[in-house]
Design a protein around this ligand. Sequence first.
Ligand SMILES: *[C@@H]1O[C@H](CO)[C@@H](O)[C@H](O)[C@H]1NC(C)=O
Ligand SMILES: *[C@@H]1O[C@H](CO)[C@@H](O)[C@H](O)[C@H]1NC(C)=O
Ligand SMILES: *[C@@H]1O[C@H](CO)[C@@H](O)[C@H](O)[C@H]1NC(C)=O
Ligand SMILES: *[C@@H]1O[C@H](CO)[C@@H](O)[C@H](O)[C@H]1NC(C)=O
Ligand SMILES: *[C@@H]1O[C@H](CO)[C@@H](O)[C@H](O)[C@H]1NC(C)=O
Length: 431
Amino acid sequence: MKFKISESRRKGEWRWAAALLLALAAGAPPAHALSKMRLAHTWGQVDFVFDSDAQRQQLEANGTYVQGNAVPFDVDVDPRTGRVFVSMPAMMNGGAVTLATVEDPAQVQSPRLVPYPNWSWHAGARGCDGLTSVFRIHVDRCDRLWVLDSGIVDIANTFTRRCPPQLVVFQLRSARVLVRHRFQTPEASCDEALLLTVVTEQLDGDWQCGNDAFAYVADAGAYALFVYSLRQNRSWRVASDLFFPDVNAREFSVAGTSMNLMDGVLGLAVSPPVGAACGSHLYFHALTSFQEGRVCTAVLHNASLFADGANDADGAFSFIGRREGQSGAQASSSSGVLFFNPVNKYSINCWNQRRKYASPNLPAVEQDREVLRFVTGLKVIPGDGKGRPEEVWAISNNAQLLFTGTFRPNVNNTVNIVRGAVPALLAGVNC
Ligand SMILES: *[C@@H]1O[C@H](CO)[C@@H](O)[C@H](O)[C@H]1NC(C)=O
Ligand SMILES: *[C@@H]1O[C@H](CO)[C@@H](O)[C@H](O)[C@H]1NC(C)=O
Ligand SMILES: *[C@@H]1O[C@H](CO)[C@@H](O)[C@H](O)[C@H]1NC(C)=O
Ligand SMILES: *[C@@H]1O[C@H](CO)[C@@H](O)[C@H](O)[C@H]1NC(C)=O
Ligand SMILES: *[C@@H]1O[C@H](CO)[C@@H](O)[C@H](O)[C@H]1NC(C)=O
């Protein structure tokens, strides 16, 4: 995320000059009152499985690893094996690992994390040929893990670009690299660019898993979308005014921390197919916004409409409605229900894509001030077609402290991963 108005970043005043901090002494009593979801995993601090004690000592000795500096932001699950993936963007130096699996998926309290695909891809060991700073990931239904690497380190302090942003696609069965796509254009690597979110669309039929797939990548810093075609193995940039932040939505307040954020497009979700002419709907919103946007994916697939920074399909992008708060990550169920997190409401809400996007149709399905403190990742995991239902997974952390420069790594910064079956979440709810 951008966490800060771009004007001050340009001036190099990267100490949250725009962030206004209000420490509220009163804290609400901790009420762990999940009703429809349950804790899948929880940590005070994450820790990793090392190749050896000597490796750990070396990484700690030279500051490459500082326990507590790696903060999980996103989660996804391999529906075939149940393996859980988490990403940890390099908010501070000393994170060492930016993508990992949960060692024991059955362990709720503080399971160790295993670097993915292995240690040689982390801690700078391979430079830009490894992984540097991953915000979000996406497991598709074709045994592929799409990893979006922002390439930026020490984000909460110096915001240093170490590598061009890249999309790395792994085959899950083999951990083999299927694709590495570097976003090489000046727009993708400019000072403002911050590629945060990736979602995909598979076009070649329900259970086909060929190359007819697209990835949509949100750049919340320079307010654009990148479309990557797996078949063509190339990407193009899509610009729209609807990807910009809304200055009227810049004030956030989470768990007693107030801040001003000016982040553009961040939340993305692909609907089920809606007809040949449109493809699917890509729902999108800026973090700093109250509006939900929509565009037909068929429009995005035609690169010639977006050549040379133009947008010859501007009219195809529209705002479909307004919600009461800002929202970050979101995801669509297979039946066309969008799940999202209104940032300062500590909840996960739903919207049936056949209804009007407006307040009464955006109810909460779960709420808990403690467990859902700042939700930075949210996914819908497919069912197995044999009785295990589709599930919503979400991850929360102390992002509000990272965004305001008040994060202390050496204390308990609880990270929670929650899960809930979609049918149970929607029971008795207007979605
Ligand atoms: C961190 O906080 C969580 C929840 O508040 C608690 O369950 C856990 O025991 C704490 N861990 C440590 C090391 O204090
Ligand atoms: C820190 O130590 C590790 C392990 O010996 C090494 O791979 C890495 O390059 C070192 N990093 C720095 C910044 O010195
Ligand atoms: C690490 O993973 C990559 C990708 O799967 C693989 O090519 C490489 O051999 C692995 N390295 C080690 C040391 O296991
Ligand atoms: C995709 O393009 C990249 C250059 O952007 C190239 O290095 C890579 O080999 C290509 N992959 C395939 C499968 O063609
Ligand atoms: C893509 O858009 C161009 C207009 O720029 C149009 O001429 C062309 O037919 C479109 N291609 C497809 C496949 O729709």
